[in-house]
Design a protein. Sequence first.
Length: 336
Amino acid sequence: MKHVIFGGDGFVGRHLAHKLVQEGQEVLVADIAKSDLPHYARTRFVHCDVTKEEDVFAVDIGPDDMVYNMAAKMLSPLQIRSKRWEFFWPVNYYGAENIMKATARSGANRLVQFTTDMIYGHTVQSPQTEDHPAKPLGEYGKSKWATEQLAAEWRKQGMKITIFRPRLIIGPGRLGILEKLFKLIDANLPVPMIGSGKAPYQFISVFDCAEAARLAWKGGVPNEAYNLGSDNPPSVRKLLGDLITHAGSKSFLIPTPGFAVKATLAAFDAINLPIMDPEQYLIADEMCVRETGKLKRDLGWKAEYRDSDMLAAAYDEYRAKKAGHVVAAPSVVPAE
């Protein structure tokens, strides 16, 4: 057998590919881009646009192969409202549909599919387990929730599909919305929070995501959905305060009336000048902690990285890139 990773050159996919190659597994990466990554010396690559059925069907999937779908459009870069459907759905839903069809057509029946915690929408219960009601607030979450429903139909036809719902994934090579925060801190400017900052904010490391995908394979690809998030996330106030201290910045935190900030951000969105995606700011002051006990029990997974360390590492990488340097990957710090 081999491991076929659609989107395997992307943020999570490249770490999974590296992990599997290090383990001595045969890996085939199918993606629209090929970066200069050392593990390609021992990895096959095929150009593939997941939105094109003919591209996906041409990928060499054997009946005993393990398939992963890491191809996705994320909330960054920001899209204006009228462009969101055409930005998210072709890759996130129709690309996933092509991959599920190609997997079944090849005779293979094992797939790991990443979606998002944004399928939940507003907080109804906290912490959120996987049975939290799903009511996504925008096209990104809607495209991923539709993909989960599609997966449920393929499961009825005999496919085994493990779904992961990650929180905001951070790690080397991705900044996204964090870049705006880092610029404020670098400039010693005030850092506004949506609300009081008392609610926790939870990340998930890209390394922990890759390990979850590997464990799904090792664990027989259960027909389950799993949250992915850090352990014991700190409050927004502590998380950002620690980062300001780490950066040696003179910035300070400003609590704001959440409803007023959300109304302002919605106004900018309405005139096609989005500052944040609605799926981000609408829940920014809510208790959005994704419970990961099910994943720990079923597959023996654990979160190896703490939120404060992940955020500090992302800031250090941002600073290093500005200075033209390279920062090594963060070391593992056990979550507490």
